[in-house]
Design a protein around this ligand. Structure first.
Ligand SMILES: Nc1ncnc2c1ncn2[C@@H]1O[C@H](COP(=O)(O)OP(=O)(O)OP(=O)(O)O)[C@@H](O)[C@H]1O
Ligand SMILES: [Mg+2]
Length: 450
């Protein structure tokens, strides 16, 4: 049996265009002109998806989307919006529509949307198994983390843009990947881009591509990241760092679902889901005038806030064990255990760098530990380290943000001194420093001293 679609629009021309396109895709289509007829059709038969206009003779499409979410949460609904009316599109997404298409309807955009709708229904895997899968990726059993995983699973079904906020190292990129992998786009690419790392004058060509000869250095046509992500997900990391000039162009690309390569004339339709993240406060960037309000509004259809590690200290034992297992496997060594005292030290520490910092702390401990159990003293948590380094503090006060690099510098100096005094005899130098040979070798590599 062909898939069944319900289409609601009071403009006969649009109804005809839609039903023709859908039959071309071997989809049976029931077309109605009012919400009352729509509700009647829904009572009479099952549909695979629904497409509705926003302004109808007997009500508005938004209320219809909301009521459907309550009575038939599994039925994917997309809305048709008037050209340029982004407010309504955003509201529809917030209300539970999985996507929107704006008038005049571009056939390629419509086909992409329909293809997505068909993948959403019937669900290939149940929400339940998906949630189980994400449990092994985004670890944690505290209620904040459990509820976060539930949201991620639901968001994976939508095509709405998601703004992932949270302190650095809280797992924003990991969550973005999960939203992609649990959704219908998982077979297509996940393309991450660090907006802060690309020079301002290259961002446009990176995102949209360029034509040969568009600027000096453009020796051939080049595809942009939007095209590379076609059918998949584009993850705009550190989006607050996007230059203002580019923000306008990004907004346009999102609204039109089309891009124009630098130096090119024709528009290319692209079907990408946009996820973004930044460790900065994006709303604050808007207030300061470094981030466009209209783009913020468009990207922040749904905000997912990641809790800091301080808000889930009960998860630290689980995370620590798991990270240690990963590190041990990577270094091909037996996994040391972590003493109870070390675990409580970790739970007392405030982790400004969150899970990533926990990974770093454990990796460092792994290189210094001499037994098969990690003790609190092996962790060298900053408060401890500050005390240890009292004598060498003449260089000035340790500033927390810069602690890591200052400590590395001190390590570098101490290790170099030891090596020089032993004429680069590593075994002797390690002994002098009171660390194992293995640990020294690791340090040398990490500090680029070899
Ligand atoms: N809940 C978790 N379970 C397992 N690993 C996690 C969890 N959260 C984060 N991680 C790991 O912590 C590290 C940092 O995560 P990620 O890069 O996603 O953070 P981020 O928020 O993007 O950080 P930044 O702001 O620095 O870019 C990664 O190695 C990730 O796999
Ligand atoms: Mg990141």
């Amino acid at each position: 049996m062909n898939p069944q679609a319900l289409v609601i629009d009071d403009e006969p021309d649009i109804l005809e265009l839609l039903s023709m396109t859908l039959s071309g895709m071997s989809i049976d289509c029931v077309t109605v002109e009012t919400l009352e007829q729509a509700n009647q059709a829904l009572r009479q038969q099952k549909f695979d998806f629904c497409l509705t206009d926003m302004r109808l003779p007997d009500g508005n499409g938004l209320d219809f989307v909301m009521s459907l979410r309550n009575v038939m949460p599994e039925l994917p609904v997309a809305v048709i919006t008037a050209h340029g009316n982004m407010d309504l599109a955003v509201q529809a997404l917030k209300s539970g529509a999985f996507d929107f298409v704006s008038k005049p309807i571009k056939l390629r955009v419509l086909r992409d949307l329909v293809a997505t709708a068909l993948k959403l229904s019937p669900q290939k895997t149940t929400l339940h198994t998906k949630e189980r899968r994400s449990r092994h990726r985004f670890l944690g059993e505290t209620s904040v983390v459990k509820s976060l995983r539930g949201k991620v699973t639901k968001l994976a079904r939508s095509q709405a843009p998601v703004y992932i906020s949270g302190e650095s190292g809280t797992g924003k990129e990991l969550v973005a990947r999960l939203i992609h992998e649990l959704g219908v786009r998982s077979e297509k690419p996940f393309v991450p881009i660090n907006c802060g790392a690309i020079p301002a004058d290259l961002v446009e060509s990176e995102l949209f591509g360029h034509k040969k000869g568009a600027f000096s250095g453009a020796i051939a046509d080049k595809e942009g990241l939007f095209q590379a992500a076609h059918g998949g997900t584009l993850f705009l990391d550190e989006v607050a760092d996007l230059p203002l000039m580019m923000q306008v162009k990004l907004l346009r690309a999102i609204q039109e679902k089309a891009i124009r390569p630098v130096g090119g004339n024709e528009e290319i339709t692209v079907d990408v889901r946009i996820l973004c993240a930044t460790h900065k406060n994006l709303a604050e960037s808007v207030r300061q005038g470094t981030f466009r309000e209209d783009l913020f509004y468009r990207l922040n259809v749904i905000e997912l806030q990641l809790p800091s590690l301080r808000e889930r200290v009960e998860d630290i034992p689980l995370l620590a064990e798991n990270i240690m297992e990963r590190l041990a496997a990577k270094n091909n060594i037996a996994k040391p255990s972590i003493s109870q005292e070390a675990i409580s030290a970790l739970q007392k520490y405030h982790f400004p760098g969150n899970v990533r910092e926990l990974e770093n702390v454990l990796e460092r401990a792994l290189t210094w530990v001499d037994s098969d159990e990690i003790q609190a003293s092996d962790l060298m948590l900053p408060a401890q380290r500050q005390l240890d380094n009292m004598q060498t503090q003449s260089q000035g006060l340790l500033i927390e943000d810069d602690l890591e690099s200052q400590l590395e510098e001190q390590e570098r100096q101490l290790i170099t001194q030891a090596l020089e005094s032993t004429r680069w005899n590593k075994t002797a130098a390690a002994k002098k420093l009171g660390i194992t040979f293995r640990a020294l070798r690791y340090k040398l590599k990490k500090l680029n001293l070899e």
